[in-house]
Design a protein around this ligand. Structure first.
Ligand code: AP5
Length: 210
């Protein structure tokens, strides 16, 4: 099964992708996490991506497509994968098509812009494994500590109000057209992302298993 999660920044793509990755035993591939990891390690791609990420802009297609191509060539992707944050432009979707990657299902998580800022300002992420938490909706067992790996929970730099605004603008201009792209192919399922995490997971799984 090859699955894409679409949605605005903070819509819950990472949260749902992580749960469904566990349920279906296929890897979650977050281009955002890969880029942040590259940035932390000071690789060439990480350094190139830094200014774009911090300004809330998309990293250029050629960099992200190369990163994605390398990741899905790894052995653990042979039985399928979940793309969380890729594609984000029509050019990236077309790159997947020309790699011969047949996507089975696309789940679009819909959340109104006004709710996004509340979600992102309360988000905390593990600086070691990238797992995502929320101060109100998804608390770790021990405050400030990742349940999965024991890493420290931090706030992302791009979760500041002015950057959130720019990320939303970029989403509407460059990523939202992907909904029509996949709808036309009969692969899109739109889910109401304003509900509880468990309700969204149940609907997503019903669509994937249907
Ligand atoms: P990326 O890391 O992918 O960020 P994003 O798409 O902006 O999405 P987020 O991670 O912010 O949100 P999410 O939808 O995963 O929500 P989450 O589950 O965490 O990308 C960062 C940057 O990298 C980009 O801006 C760009 O520069 C670059 N980049 C990455 N991929 C790229 C690409 N393909 N091309 C070009 N550039 C790329 O949830 C958010 C919060 O809400 C959490 O605290 C969570 O616990 C909480 N929450 C989740 N669901 C619910 C719910 N149902 N109810 C209440 N709270 C909830």
């Amino acid at each position: 099964m090859k699955i894409i999660f679409l949605g605005a920044p903070g819509a819950g793509k990472g949260t749902q992708a992580e749960i469904i990755s566990d349920r279906l035993s296929i890897p979650q591939i977050s281009t955002g996490n890969i880029l942040r990891e590259a940035l932390k390690s000071g690789t060439e791609n990480g350094l190139k991506a830094k200014t774009f990420i911090e300004a809330g802009q998309l990293v250029p297609d050629e960099i992200v497509i190369g990163i994605l191509q390398d990741r899905i060539a790894q052995d653990d992707c042979a039985g399928g994968f979940i793309l969380d944050g890729f594609p984000r432009t029509i050019a990236q979707a077309e790159a997947l098509d020309s790699m011969g990657i047949a996507i089975d299902r696309v789940i679009d998580i819909e959340v109104a812009d006004e709710a996004i800022e509340r979600r992102l300002s309360g988000r905390r992420v593990c600086e070691t494994c990238g797992s995502s938490y929320h101060l109100d909706h998804k608390k770790p067992a021990v405050e400030g500590v990742c349940d999965k790996c024991g890493g420290t929970l931090i706030q992302r730099k791009d979760d500041k109000p002015e950057t959130i605004c720019e990320r939303l603008k970029v989403y509407h201009e460059q990523t939202e057209p992907l909904k029509a792209y996949y709808k036309e192919k009969g692969k899109l399922c739109e889910v109401d992302g304003s509900r509880a995490i468990e309700a969204i997971t149940a609907e997503a799984l019903a669509f994937l298993e249907g």
